[in-house]
Design a protein. Structure first.
Lengths: 257, 288
């Protein structure tokens, strides 16, 4: 293999490689690395903790007369519960559910990702828990419908992660096409390659409606753009690797994207 | 900013990339090259118009105050026209990074429209003239450099001018820009320009005054920003310590802190300049 060629996989056995009696191996220094699990734990524990700092209105965040007060709006408490449950769910998935194909990622990524997640969590928590917060325009109806959609999307996202986990339950590292199972949430697999991203975008969209807050909307938008890029990449990888990949599926939004 | 400060690096990387491009693929086709030549010629002509406009206004007025008004329109037109360069990079006919070019053009456009145009009171400032002159000379040289490069007939004078004059023009431009933003600050704070306050039904707020201060801070290179942050933290800690021990008022403390801050900032700027002189000299010697 030339130095610029594709890297060998982790589990290829030297005897099976098409080389003669001598083989030259090229190594690439990836720089300081950190395990995926560690990265995800840092990224998700941060927002969980930071949001609560704002919810309980610790001193020096808002004006000192508002320290340790609480908001009169139920939407604010609901938003805190939803946000916390979202990140707790992500932490649980990182520890128990996800299987990672690459063991590590570069150290630079953990700093960048943490700044992104923690920064945005602080920014949107600031506005939602602000003493001058304005509750949604259509009142409780808006909040309740958005909450229902949020719960559905969270359940869906969790189901998809479980389904993807079960694809590799026999311990092999081979890739397989994910198919819908008996769980109704996984039926989105009929239409979309990456329904976990679809549900994630849906959850954040409903959170935006629930809080009616522009920074949350911005976070949703940026997340959606990033997830679309990932979904498209995965979608084209599937199409390239599997001849019998279902035609109907799109990358992230059924029939559209 | 980094792109402007080191056209040397950009020049060599562009020629290197052009070599690679000619090996790997065809590079910009004939049509794209023709379009780029026309674009660069038009931009060179435009900035020449601005230069001539400045000289004429200076000669007729007799002083260099208030020259901005005589070239306001062509400046806005041609500086905004530079947005096309982002498109060129995105489409691929120019082998530069979209992000880097975008950042540069947007910072120029921001200064033209969001600061100089929006805050009328700064238009009479001398700092505006400072950066307009710096931009004019830089852009004339830069666009003629690109024109000649595309035609594969680059006179040594233009190349020399580009890689040497930036030593003067870049600090001049940066100084003018920073002074203009600084001059705009009190008016922005007074009128609440482009700012949104709570409460509102979108639960969003934006303070243009703080934003402008952050823009000014962003001019400082990354490694020195950390130093500045540390210095600010130290100042804050010493403020808390002094407040606890003595009984002088808050405003007196703030005044003292401000003086200390400016002193430290000035020392930092000189320190920075001395350190970077070495890099600048090495760039110049490589190019000559």
């Amino acid at each position: 293999l030339p130095p610029e060629g594709k890297a060998l996989k982790d589990d290829e056995i030297l005897q099976n490689l098409p080389v003669g009696t001598t083989a030259t191996l090229y190594f690439k220094d990836l720089g300081p690395q950190v395990g995926w699990t560690m990265v995800f734990l840092c990224e998700y524990a941060g927002p969980l903790f930071i949001y609560l700092l704002f919810y309980f209105r610790l001193p020096y965040i808002y004006h000192h007369k508002h320290a340790f007060t609480s908001s009169p709006y139920p939407a604010v408490t609901l938003a805190c519960v939803c946000h916390s449950i979202h990140y707790i769910k992500r932490l649980v998935e990182t520890i128990f559910v996800h299987r990672f194909s690459h063991g590590t990622m570069p150290l630079r990524n953990i700093v960048r990702n943490c700044i992104y997640y923690w920064g945005f969590a602080a920014w949107l928590a600031y506005y939602i828990n602000h003493p001058l917060y304005t509750p949604p325009y259509y009142g409780n109806k808006q909040v309740n419908y958005a909450l229902a959609m949020f719960v559905i999307c969270q359940a869906g996202n969790f189901s998809i992660h479980l389904a993807l986990n079960n694809l590799r339950s026999d311990g092999s590292k081979a890739r397989k096409i994910p198919y819908p199972t008996k769980n109704p949430f996984t039926w989105l697999f009929f239409f979309v390659s990456c329904p976990n991203y679809t549900y994630e975008a849906g959850a954040w969209f409903s959170f935006t409606i629930m809080t009616q807050c522009v920074p949350v909307g911005l976070f949703t938008l940026i997340g959606f753009i990033q997830m679309t890029i990932w979904a498209k990449g995965k979608h084209y990888t599937y199409i390239r690797d599997f001849k019998e990949y279902p035609d109907l599926r799109m990358a992230i939004i059924p029939f559209l994207l | 900013r980094a792109d402007m400060a080191a056209p040397a690096a950009k020049g060599t990387s562009r020629t290197a990339q052009n070599d690679v491009a000619s090996i790997k693929k065809k590079g910009p086709g004939a049509l794209a090259t023709a379009y780029l030549v026309i674009y660069n010629v038009v931009m060179t002509a435009g900035w020449l118009v601005i230069a001539i406009g400045l000289v004429r206004a200076y000669l007729s007025k007799g002083s260099y105050h208030g020259l901005y008004y005589s070239i306001e329109r062509p400046l806005k037109f041609f500086q905004t026209g530079a947005l096309l360069e982002i498109l060129h990079c995105a489409v691929g006919i120019v082998p530069s990074s979209v992000v880097l070019t975008g950042f540069q053009v947007m910072s120029r456009v921001f200064l033209t429209w969001a600061v100089t145009h929006s805050v009328r009171e700064v238009q009479n400032e001398d700092s505006v003239l400072l950066f307009v002159v710096a931009w004019t000379v830089t852009e004339i040289i830069r666009y003629s450099f690109y024109t000649f490069s595309l035609l594969n007939h680059l006179p040594y004078l233009i190349k020399w001018a580009r890689y040497t004059l930036f030593i003067v023009l870049y600090p001049m431009g940066v100084t003018g820009e920073l002074l203009t933003i600084y001059a705009a600050l009190p008016y922005v704070q007074k009128t609440g320009l482009y700012s949104v306050t709570l409460p509102n039904k979108y639960n969003f707020s934006f303070d243009y005054y703080t934003f402008l201060i952050l823009v000014m801070v962003s001019y400082i290179p990354r490694k020195y920003r950390l130093l500045l942050l540390l210095l600010l933290l130290l100042l804050l800690l010493s403020k808390i310590r002094v407040l606890r021990s003595e009984q002088i008022s808050d405003t007196q403390i703030n005044h003292r802190m401000l003086i200390h801050f400016w002193g430290i900032l000035w020392i930092m700027v000189c320190f920075m300049f001395v350190l970077e002189m070495q890099t600048l000299c090495s760039i110049v010697t490589i190019q000559l």
